[in-house]
Design a protein around this ligand. Structure first.
Ligand code: PGA
Length: 253
């Protein structure tokens, strides 16, 4: 398959990982990615999003390897009285390259609206980060035939229309952490719709935006998912916590 966009394989560790395990994972992945790059076989950009407590330390460890780091969220403001929050500028300051925004766990557990996600994505871009904007329908919405309308509404409401430094992650909520993945046909249908919406929303730049799939991606199903048209990589949760599992996805490209 000829690709026009460099695939991105992103690991979202969520609230998992104490120092020893996270640093061991990052070291192992950095070593494998460095070897693959030297051998000319690395086909993807690789992103690790460890817990915020370890972002700086993981960033120092992977510096000089092909792996980059990103935050799992960011605040919309630059600085201020926002206890517990982290700004996009703070992420950029410690060498992060991306921020995930609007993950369904943030949307549902922290009540984030499309407008909130748009503000966070704009903040990430302002700080010079790539914004990975997550969208995805619930099981009830899919069963009701609303999946395409839901993700379109989320893209129009939460993707800044001013920059192509965005990545969109399609993550059907019913597939996250459940072991159920959308079929390649369903993924292809949503991604091709998202591509059309992004071209309408961003103009020709919409063709440059990478669209990742997320939701129970594993080494065993990654090849079929990544070979689907308009799938430009994966956002990986559970399988990003073990080097063999994550690397199996990177090498499925
Ligand atoms: P999962 O999570 O791979 O564990 O399903 C994906 C995500 O939430 O980004």
């Amino acid at each position: 398959m000829t690709r026009t966009r460099t695939p991105l394989i992103a690991g979202n560790c969520k609230m998992n990982g104490l120092v020893a395990a996270s640093m061991g994972l990052a070291a192992e992945l950095a070593a494998r990615a460095t070897d693959a790059a030297r051998a000319g076989s690395l086909k993807a950009e690789i992103l690790l999003c460890p817990p915020a407590t370890l972002l700086a330390e993981v960033g120092r460890l992977v510096a000089g390897s092909p792996i980059v780091t990103g935050g799992q969220d960011c605040h919309a403001e630059t600085a201020g009285a926002f206890t517990g929050d982290i700004s996009a500028e703070m992420l950029a300051d410690i060498g992060c390259r991306y921020a995930i925004v609007g993950h369904s766990e943030r949307r549902s557990l922290h009540g984030e609206s499309d407008a909130d996600v748009l503000a966070k994505a704009s903040a990430a871009l302002r700080a010079g980060l790539g914004a990975i904007v997550c969208v995805g329908e619930t099981a009830a919405e899919r069963d009701g035939g609303e999946a395409l309308a839901v993700v379109e509404r989320q893209v129009r409401g939460s993707v800044p229309s001013t920059s192509d430094a965005v990545v969109v992650a399609y993550e059907p909520i019913w597939a996250i952490g459940t072991g159920r993945t959308a079929s390649p046909a369903d993924i292809g249908e949503v991604h091709s719709h998202l591509r059309a919406v992004l071209k309408d929303h961003l103009g020709p730049k919409g063709n440059e935006v990478r669209i990742l799939y997320g939701g129970s991606v594993k080494a065993g199903n990654a090849a079929a998912i990544l070979a689907t048209a308009d799938v430009d990589g994966a956002l990986v949760g559970g399988a990003s916590l073990k080097a063999d599992d994550f690397w199996g996805i990177v090498t499925a490209l």
